[in-house]
Design a protein around this ligand. Structure first.
Ligand code: UD1
Length: 447
């Protein structure tokens, strides 16, 4: 018996150097918490430069389920009205699709004095603990408990300012506690706070809406409670992870690529690593460029909180290192299960050994990558396979495109603009026989 299903894949024909300039879309990891922050505002919020990706659509549905009004205007503007929200329980069906939806906890607690949000538990990248979020909410005066898979946080008499020192600069906990503290009485200080640009963007958004915040971008953030946040129009920063993906696409194909619409200061760790590999990097006002036409070599990578090397670029960097001569060691310190995609790179001819005890991968290059049918298991794993496919001989077909669409707005169009041969194709897959027949199967061969 066969079970047919319609599947969309990405088909790439590799081996072409990428050249040119491309503009990156707005940041996913800034837009999602800013959407959650809109729940705090008494007046319409207009978010510009929001990426059209499925994670944003899920967050839209989540905000609507809580009683907010969400409208899209054009392709990259969102209008959110949360004046009349009253619902404090976030539905599991939506939250399980999106870890970032846990950000609504702080906003609901701050605005309504109560939040019931499904615990994230884990995801394909590893464990998702919430002790730091809970520590922060408790310090602000909330009662916090787990109840049938939900985190319930309550502060019927409101929150008060507190001095909170995190044992680790968690991005999620910094955002969530900042959101809750905006309406707390008095001043809240977050120590060992996350310094990621997306945390800074969230603080800047809140300030534009009337919040009093100082220190964002440093490890100590102060939030002085206010009575009301008002209407605001705000433009989200460029997506540094999507920008990094495009720069690495240039590097892995030995091309020259410029990405516009991104802050060079967000890319220090990536650019240092690329320079160590022999890639020439240049920066200007809101653009970053790579020239990878020279000799390359491997390097060692250690993921770390910002300004360290971003965990979200680790899979794509590993794919690039697989094509560089020499031995590189990639150590992952943020998530405990972020090397699953390596198995797919092995199927394409990569020489990578994952050391589970040290959460590191030893990458030997240069691999002569060959196109293969592969499957993405998460957003950045998908991006790593795209990069490997761009460098590989022959055709690579990537299933699990829904993961790539969670985080990249029209990735294939941006790559096509740079000269890649890539297209989306939909077809019926006969699962029992692993046979497929696609509507679009031919990719023209160039050069
Ligand atoms: C993390 C990344 C962020 C990335 C995002 C999406 C870091 C520091 N964070 O943010 O850059 O964009 O994933 O891939 O790079 N933790 C606890 N207790 C807590 C909260 C977190 O132990 O209360 C642990 C987590 O289990 C994890 C680590 O801290 O191992 C990072 O957590 P956190 O920064 O909060 O994760 P995200 O906000 O998802």
């Amino acid at each position: 018996m066969t079970f047919d299903r319609l599947e969309t894949t990405l088909r790439l024909r590799g081996g072409h150097r990428l050249h040119g300039a491309v503009r990156v879309h707005g940041s996913k990891n800034a837009t999602l918490p800013i959407m959650a922050a809109a729940l705090l505002c008494d007046g319409e919020v207009i978010i510009k430069h929001a990426p059209r990706i499925t994670d944003v659509s899920v967050m839209e549905a989540l905000l609507e389920s809580l009683g907010a009004r969400v409208r899209q205007q054009g392709s990259n503007t969102l209008r959110i009205g949360a004046e009349n929200i009253g619902q404090t329980r976030a539905p599991y069906t939506l939250v399980r699709k999106l870890n970032a939806s846990f950000d609504v906890t702080g906003a609901l607690l701050g605005r309504l004095g109560r939040a019931e949000v499904p615990l994230p538990g884990g995801c394909v990248l590893g464990t998702r603990a919430t002790d730091l979020h809970e520590q922060g909410f408790r310090a602000l005066g909330a009662e916090v408990r787990g109840e049938r898979g939900y985190l319930v946080a309550e502060a019927p008499n409101g929150l008060h300012g507190a001095d909170i020192a995190f044992r680790f600069p968690s991005v999620g906990a910094t955002k969530n506690v900042m959101l809750a503290a905006v309406y707390a009485r008095g001043t809240t200080t977050l120590r060992n706070a996350a310094m990621e640009p997306e945390v800074v963007d969230l603080a800047n958004f809140l300030m534009a809406a009337g919040a009093r915040i100082t220190g964002q971008g440093s490890d100590t953030i102060s939030i002085e409670g206010v009575d009301r946040l008002h209407s605001v129009e705000y433009e989200v920063i460029g997506d540094r992870i999507a920008a990094g993906t495009l720069l690495l696409a240039g590097a892995i194909t030995r091309g020259t690529v410029t990405v516009q619409g991104t802050e060079p200061a967000h890319h220090d760790a990536l650019l240092s690593a690329l320079e160590e590999c022999g890639v020439t990097c240049s920066v200007g006002e809101r653009w970053v460029g790579v020239d990878a036409t020279g000799t390359r070599s491997g390097t060692d990578i250690l993921t770390a909180p910002f300004p360290g090397f971003p965990t979200d670029l680790q899979p794509m960097m590993t794919a690039f290192l697989a094509t560089c001569p020499g031995t590189s060691v990639v150590e992952e310190t943020i998530f405990n299960a972020r090397f699953a995609y390596v198995n797919e790179l092995l199927r394409m001819g990569g020489d990578i050994r994952v050391q589970m005890d040290s959460n590191a991968a030893v990458v030997k290059g240069p691999a002569d990558l060959e196109g293969a049918p592969v499957e993405a298991a998460d957003i950045r794993a998908g991006a790593a396979l795209v990069l490997a496919g761009l460098a590989a001989r022959g055709e690579t077909e990537i299933a699990g495109l829904e993961f790539i669409d969670r985080g990249y707005e029209r990735l294939e169009e941006m790559l096509t603009d740079l000269g890649a041969q890539v297209q989306r194709s939909s077809g019926i897959v006969a699962l029992a026989e692993s046979a497929s027949s696609y509507e679009t199967t031919t990719i023209p061969t160039v050069g």
